[in-house]
Write a protein that binds this ligand. Structure first.
Ligand code: ZN
Length: 106
């Protein structure tokens, strides 16, 4: 599964902040990738609202920490893999600032 497929898979779990439509059919453009981070532009298929998202790929250390943190919580139901590679928690928040806030060139 490549990055776009992963993003598409994750997008189905979110709704557009502007119109409330499910993001399953949204447009996804990967603008930049650096290390374990990617900058992605998501365009709502319904209202064309655009959001810039910073995607952070979870490292093995993160996954272990998450497992510890999630201990005692019920498993998520549905066909969602337990090995999610992306953290899209910022999808709803979006990002309206300049790209340099997300990626500083060395
Ligand atoms: Zn929308």
């Amino acid at each position: 599964m490549d990055l776009l497929e992963l993003l598409r898979f994750q997008a189905r779990r979110y709704r557009c902040t502007a119109c409330g439509e499910n993001m399953a059919d949204c447009g996804i453009n990967v603008l930049a990738q650096q290390g374990n981070r990617a900058l992605v532009r998501v365009t709502c298929a319904s209202c064309n609202d655009e959001n810039l998202l910073q995607i952070i790929f979870q490292t093995e250390a993160d996954e272990e920490r998450k497992r510890e943190f999630d201990e005692g919580f019920p498993e998520v139901e549905g066909p969602i893999s337990g090995d999610e590679l992306l953290d899209l928690h910022s999808m709803l928040a979006g990002h309206n600032g300049p790209l340099t806030e997300l990626f500083r060139r060395s």
